[in-house]
Design a protein around this ligand. Structure first.
Ligand SMILES: Cc1cc2nc3c(=O)[nH]c(=O)nc-3n(C[C@H](O)[C@H](O)[C@H](O)COP(=O)(O)OP(=O)(O)OC[C@H]3O[C@@H](n4cnc5c(N)ncnc54)[C@H](O)[C@@H]3O)c2cc1C
Length: 453
């Protein structure tokens, strides 16, 4: 239902001229994220005060209007795409780091703070916020909390949710739920903050975040290990953990990625069929120990080490995978499937088998230490046969992930694109409790309707 004249008048009164957008280009821009999903809101607002969000959510609940919270729109699952019209609320003006309590190892931030900027400010104070989605330089902490974003360093340090001590959330209807907490431990009552972590804008609008911090590690170094077969790389992963070493990052670059990368760059070990990229951090001596131990105790066909300043070169290789993929085909079906660590080898081999059987490139890369293997099925959308094959491969991979007791999303969330697969993973009692929680917090289903669950 389009907004009525009186509804438009209310919104124009609540927001300053520069805080509200009705023009077509804005509605088109705010109807997308970084997935293929598209929608169109009725209006976009960019509040500068929490009281505006409160009034907005009270109004929207009374008038039955959808409200879609939005950070930087970098989501990969269509989470902030407005599929039922309504009001997109951009949190980008609530972008202050409110307090850095260095003695408490806690920071209090607004949701629109850019993650990478926050990390940079902290590092000047020798403090550390480890979650590092590859989008850190342009995604928001609010979006990271709402999707429970992971990243390369999740292997050692965990994901966003592991660093959320408390939250302040504006609920449907406009009341504020204060889950304030400065303590690294807190056993008083049910811990409600995690309920909003990964809630993808469906339970409330996060307006303040209490973040746990760590001391900044003194040193780091990276190691590129090359293998002449994918099986050797899989063995290396298992053996590494058996050595008792947990790197802060362990990424895989599979055979098809190497083929794509070779088209745009010269790789340091041309015979490689797979690379593992490892990063260690800690004290200088522990980093050196881990580098030495790995190279002396574990077998790879090729090793290249880089210390602090020279590491960027190695990580550039990893960053080039996404652009290189388009050298193979113009379109991709991309997933963030995750399997239990013990099933990594089975999943990687299955991907290789499908690529050979269907003769389409399947890139497998990413956070292999967590079992979170990004899978890009490359195809040409103009070729109907390839499109059908890509969809078939996608479904076979999804079924395999579930057979291996994995998850259909390790870090991007359900959003819009994976909604149709949720029933395949979560059983009825689980889904019923989620629906009841949603109904308790948002009885009129105004918050990001049509998403997640
Ligand atoms: C190049 C690239 C690399 C990426 N790498 C990673 C990666 O390594 N790991 C990873 O996990 N993800 C990754 N992503 C996905 C994406 O960056 C993350 O999901 C990120 O957390 C989204 O943040 P955002 O600010 O863009 O949120 P948006 O995309 O704007 O929103 C995401 C969801 O959060 C909700 N939301 C946003 N702000 C709030 C709020 N204040 N209150 C309530 N709900 C809110 C929205 O409604 C939506 O459902 C990547 C994306 C790109 C483009």
């Amino acid at each position: 239902m389009p907004l009525t004249r009186s509804q438009k008048k209310f919104l124009n009164n609540l927001f300053q001229e520069e805080e509200i957008f009705w023009d077509k280009p804005s509605l088109i821009t705010y109807g997308t994220d970084s997935s293929i999903a598209k929608g169109r809101p009725d209006v976009v607002v960019v509040p500068g005060k929490v009281s505006q969000i409160q009034q907005l959510l009270s109004f929207a609940q009374n008038e039955d209007i959808p409200v879609i919270p939005r950070g930087r729109g970098t989501g990969r699952a269509g989470g902030c795409v407005p599929v039922k019209g309504g009001i997109v609320v951009s949190l980008l003006r609530l972008n202050k780091i409110l307090e850095i309590r260095d003695k408490d190892f806690v920071a209090i931030v607004e949701p629109g703070v850019i993650t990478g900027y926050f990390q940079k400010i902290l590092s000047q104070k020798k403090l550390f916020y480890p979650p590092d989605p590859a989008s850190a330089s342009f995604s928001t902490l609010g979006g990271n909390v709402a999707t429970n974003a992971g990243g390369m360093q999740a292997l050692k340090y965990g994901v966003t949710g592991n660093y959320i001590l408390g939250l302040e959330v504006v609920l449907a209807g406009g009341k504020i739920l204060r889950l304030n907490n400065l303590c690294h431990k807190n056993a008083c009552g049910l811990n409600l903050a995690p309920l909003f972590v990964g809630s993808e804008g469906t339970l409330g609008i996060i307006n303040k975040i209490y973040v746990k911090l760590l001391p900044l590690p003194e040193s780091s170094a990276s190691l590129l290990a090359g293998f002449t077969s994918l099986a050797k790389a899989s063995d290396f992963i298992q053996n590494l953990f058996q050595l008792g070493i947990v790197p802060c990052a362990l990424e895989i670059i599979g055979p098809t990625c190497i083929r794509a990368l070779s088209a745009i760059t010269t790789l340091p070990f041309p015979e490689a069929r797979a690379f593992l990229l490892l990063k260690f951090d800690g004290t200088k001596s522990s980093v050196e120990d881990h580098l030495n131990l790995t190279q002396t105790r574990l077998r790879a066909d090729f090793y290249l080490t880089a210390t602090k300043e020279r590491q960027a070169y190695l990580w550039e290789i990893r960053k080039k995978i996404s652009p290189a993929a388009f050298k193979l085909r113009p379109n991709k079906l991309s997933e963030d499937f995750t399997v239990p660590r013990g099933k990594i080898r089975a999943f990687l081999s299955f991907g290789e088998e499908l690529a050979a059987r269907f003769k389409l490139p399947i890139l497998m890369f990413g956070h292999v230490g967590d079992g979170n293997i990004h899978t890009n099925i490359m195809y040409d959308a103009k070729n109907k046969e390839e499109l059908a094959l890509a969809k078939e491969i996608h479904f076979l991979l999804l079924k395999k992930v579930l057979e291996l007791q994995g998850t259909i999303t390790g870090e991007h969330g359900i959003g819009l694109l994976k909604k149709k697969y949720v029933d395949l993973q979560l059983d009825l009692p689980h889904r019923t409790i989620m629906a009841k929680l949603k109904n308790t917090l948002d009885p009129k289903n105004i918050l990001n309707p049509g998403k997640a669950f």
